[in-house]
Design a protein around this ligand. Structure first.
Ligand SMILES: [Cu+2]
Length: 354
């Protein structure tokens, strides 16, 4: 081999290595978040004052790859202080970004902006939530959202998934709906229960095609223990808190508590049908003490004949209620406009006396 041809083959090898390395290369993803005071329509008879990330509950999806650099600017437009804790991140070399007031940072005061910088050092189903007055802000003010970090090396089963469904569970206290700064202590009563901030009938169906491989990612975002049960299917529980299980197992009911996440994968193997999917903690399928309410959804197979008595016959369908569409959009921060709350109408000066 001449010196020249050696040089050529060496540089070709280097180029090939570069190409092979590109898909796994870390990227920097810069995002903007706000915290806003809005009123959330949780149920037909419950409008709730929340502190909403980017005006919505759950907060917007953050989707990145393992190893990415994340830069997130957070502006607090509310009347109280907050932080963001990135639940599941190891914060290797970035412990001041852990988002705990009085431990890693001063709280972000009203009107202030704080920038979080960290590496997506742990893949899986993660989440973010406020860490100030957590009983209220996380418990009953909707201060949480999903972070999905795709693993560099997914399992064979994970690679088959065609549809992601994210379910963030929480509870509400109608007595404290209007009172910022109160609620979610042992002296308060929760009387509404929700998935993605909505109680049936304000929840949404999950529309499926035969053959879809669905991954449900469950989040214990609030303070209660939930027991989600799927009709008509068995799933394989693959991950706990974003970590792969040594021995994945099959079930059709899954119990999880505050802070926990589980991933469960199943195949939509019916030709048609409607199959309910609900919290099996019986008290949770009520609203203000009346059945039905709470975390209830229906898997609706495409091509299923409609019935005049079907409860969601005329449903105004939101295909992104469970983040199904957002999860297909690649990487970055994705807002879900239909999960937004309503901004308070500013009273005109003096209008009260007109
Ligand atoms: Cu807060």
């Amino acid at each position: 081999m001449t010196r020249f041809s050696k040089l050529i083959s060496l540089s070709m090898l280097a180029f090939a290595c570069l190409l092979a390395a590109t898909p796994a290369q870390a990227e920097t993803r810069e995002m903007k978040m706000t915290i806003d005071e809005v009123t959330l329509p949780v149920a037909p008879d419950l409008n709730y004052k929340v502190f909403a990330f980017n005006g919505q509950v759950p907060g917007p999806l953050i989707h990145a790859k393992e190893g990415d650099d994340l830069i997130i600017h957070v502006t607090n437009n509310t009347s109280l202080s907050h932080t963001i804790h990135w639940h599941g991140f190891h914060q290797t070399g970035s412990w001041r970004m852990d988002g705990v007031p009085g431990i890693t940072q001063e709280p972000i005061k009203p009107g202030e902006t704080f920038t979080y910088k960290m590496i997506a050092d742990r893949p899986g189903t993660l989440w973010y939530h406020c860490h100030v007055n957590v009983n209220e802000h996380v418990g009953v003010r909707g201060m949480w959202g999903p972070v999905i970090i795709d693993p560099a090396n997914p399992t064979a089963l994970e690679k088959t998934v065609t549809k992601d469904v994210l379910m963030m569970m929480s509870t509400w206290e109608s007595a404290n709906a209007d009172k910022y700064g109160t609620g979610s202590t042992p002296y308060d009563t929760e009387d509404y229960f929700s998935v993605n901030g909505r109680s049936f009938p304000y929840t949404q169906p999950i529309r499926l095609k035969t053959g879809d491989v669905v991954r449900v990612r469950f989040f214990g975002a609030g303070g209660a223990i939930h027991s989600m049960h799927i009709h008509g299917h068995d799933w394989t529980v693959t991950h706990k808190d974003g970590l792969p299980l040594a021995a994945p197992y099959k079930s059709e009911t899954i119990m999880f508590g505050p802070g926990e996440r589980y991933d469960a994968i199943y195949t939509a193997n019916h030709k048609e049908g409607r199959f309910i999917f609900h919290d099996h903690v019986d008290k949770h399928v009520t609203a203000r003490g009346k059945f039905p309410g709470g975390p209830i959804t229906v898997q609706e197979y495409e091509g299923t004949p409609m019935d005049s008595w079907y409860v969601w016959k005329d449903k105004d369908y939101d295909p992104d209620f469970f983040f199904q569409e957002s999860m297909k959009k690649g990487y970055g921060l994705f807002e879900q406009p239909r999960l937004r709350g309503v901004k308070p109408v500013k009273e005109k000066r003096g209008s009260r006396h007109n």
